[in-house]
Design a protein around this ligand. Structure first.
Ligand code: DLL
Length: 449
């Protein structure tokens, strides 16, 4: 059973809703926001020019960089006094991507998340252990709102606290977990060492997302926990979690809440709109948001749309699980960052050069990051000279200095991106140079996982 009637309406009815909301959104941003008015004027589009859904193609794309350029509030379309909540994701050189929600936006978010929860089979009889982080990250609160709306009891655990998560599952009898897939697998590893058999607990379903995960990861979660694992997709810029979700009955693709988020798939290089069924970059237009509506936002996520009917009865257009990104954004343990954020830190520190590589690998079920950075020639020759001189005191000083550098870099990186990484200093010239685009990421994680 779907949560709301819009999930099962005919294509014609859906398109009618979409067109009305698209026209309203374009008029709203044109009238209320000078940045948008300028952008629309630049492509020669007035709100009245949007007469059919295909007219959306006359609008230009919006990018993450454009949102950053308007930091923090210049893309807000609602007046400040109507904003009731902020969220944000980290961004390059410290500038975050900020989102503001009006009361109606929170209502919309709650509604789409209630659909996602219902899709996963969550009802008022459930106890939902919400392991998504609460805070500026949208995962915690978005899931909280939706789970409460369907009447479930929410345990607002937030992330971390692995052992306590296990205790809560055991003592509170949680029936649902909502978490990044990687963290749930970590909980399993820790629990196994404690002798916990998760299959014997009350857990029966889970809502997973915020990072790429594969069919084999789903199988592993379902086996290890004895639950049904459903995928849920979203991004802060658009609303947070709840853009699309899987139904527990079928679990083969995600239903897009297209009456609020209008999807297109484009060729990532040419920007050409691709027909249904072809793989490309997902572009989303919010057609219900008030705080910060986005027109044709380039998500950089790669997927494919399908209009095939789903056995669950929902008629919403479906998208494939995300298969990759068209930029170099990394998602580690649910935290998003770009290599360029690390670069900005390296450039501020002395004794290290801007030659670096971010190595990502998987140890057990957890992704680990090592940042290899070349020290400068000066640093190296001083150390080499001290070794040749045989001056123990000086060598010791060099070693201490190098250790200090590593600690400082680790701390700075943690401050900016929020996760602990391993930092390794390497001799000058040892990181491979590239003639074109520098290779900043060496992703050693198994593909398709
Ligand atoms: O991750 C929102 C969210 C929270 C979704 C909880 C699902 C569950 P951001 O932090 O802005 O928002 O990150 C958005 O994460 O563009 C994708 O690249 C990636 N992502 C999110 N969900 C999935 C998923 C939240 N189910 C970015 N599969 C997006 C693959 C996902 N990637």
């Amino acid at each position: 059973m779907a949560w709301s009637k819009e999930e099962t309406i005919s294509r014609g009815e859906m398109q009618g809703i979409q067109l009305g909301r698209l026209q309203k959104t374009v008029r709203y941003v044109y009238d209320k926001n000078p940045v948008y008015r300028k952008l629309l004027d630049a492509v020669g589009v007035k709100p009245d020019d949007i007469r059919t859904l295909d007219d959306i193609r006359r609008l230009s794309f919006t990018t993450k960089q454009q949102i950053r350029d308007q930091y923090p509030f210049n893309l807000f379309t609602a007046p400040q006094e109507d904003i009731v909540e902020f969220h944000a994701t980290s961004g390059t050189t410290g500038k975050m991507v900020v989102v503001g929600y009006t009361r109606n936006d929170i209502e919309l978010w709650t509604e789409v998340m209630a659909r996602a929860c219902t899709g996963a089979g969550i009802t008022r009889h459930d106890i939902v252990q919400n392991i998504y982080g609460y805070g500026l990250f949208t995962g915690g609160l978005g899931t909280h709102y939706g789970a409460m709306r369907v009447g479930a009891a929410v345990i607002p655990m937030s992330g971390g606290n692995t052992q306590r998560q296990i205790t809560m599952m055991q003592d509170f009898g949680s029936t649902v977990v909502t978490s990044t897939p990687s963290f749930l697998m970590h909980i399993h590893e820790v629990g196994e060492q404690m002798g916990v058999d998760f299959r014997k607990l009350s857990l029966r379903t889970g809502l997973f997302g915020a990072e790429p995960w594969s069919e084999s990861m789903r199988q592993a979660i379902e086996e290890k926990f004895g639950i049904k694992a459903c995928d849920m997709y979203g991004l802060s810029e658009i609303i947070g979690p709840g853009v699309s979700f899987e139904c527990h009955e079928v679990r083969k693709g995600l239903h897009i809440n297209e009456d609020y988020f209008y999807p297109e798939i484009i060729h990532p290089e040419t920007g050409e709109v691709l027909p249904c069924g072809e793989e490309g970059e997902l572009v989303l237009t919010t057609i219900g948001n008030e705080g910060q509506p986005l027109l044709r936002y380039r998500t950089r996520d790669v997927s494919r749309l399908s209009l095939k009917p789903c056995a669950c009865g929902r008629t919403l257009v479906m998208m494939d699980r995300i298969t990759g990104r068209t930029d170099d954004m990394l998602i580690i343990r649910g935290v998003n960052f770009f290599p360029s954020q690390i670069e900005s830190i390296i450039l501020k520190r002395q004794g290290v050069s801007p030659h670096y590589i971010v190595v990502v690998d998987r140890k057990g079920s957890m992704d680990e990051v090592e940042v290899r950075i070349e020290v400068t020639d000066d640093f190296m020759s001083k150390a080499a000279a001290d070794v040749l001189k045989g001056s123990e005191q000086e060598i010791l000083k060099d070693v201490m200095l190098a250790r200090q550098k590593v600690e400082n870099l680790k701390r700075d990186i943690k401050d900016i991106i929020g996760i602990t990484v391993k930092v390794t200093l390497v001799p000058p010239g040892t990181i491979p140079r590239s003639e074109g685009k520098a290779k900043r990421v060496d992703d050693k994680r198994p593909k398709g996982n």
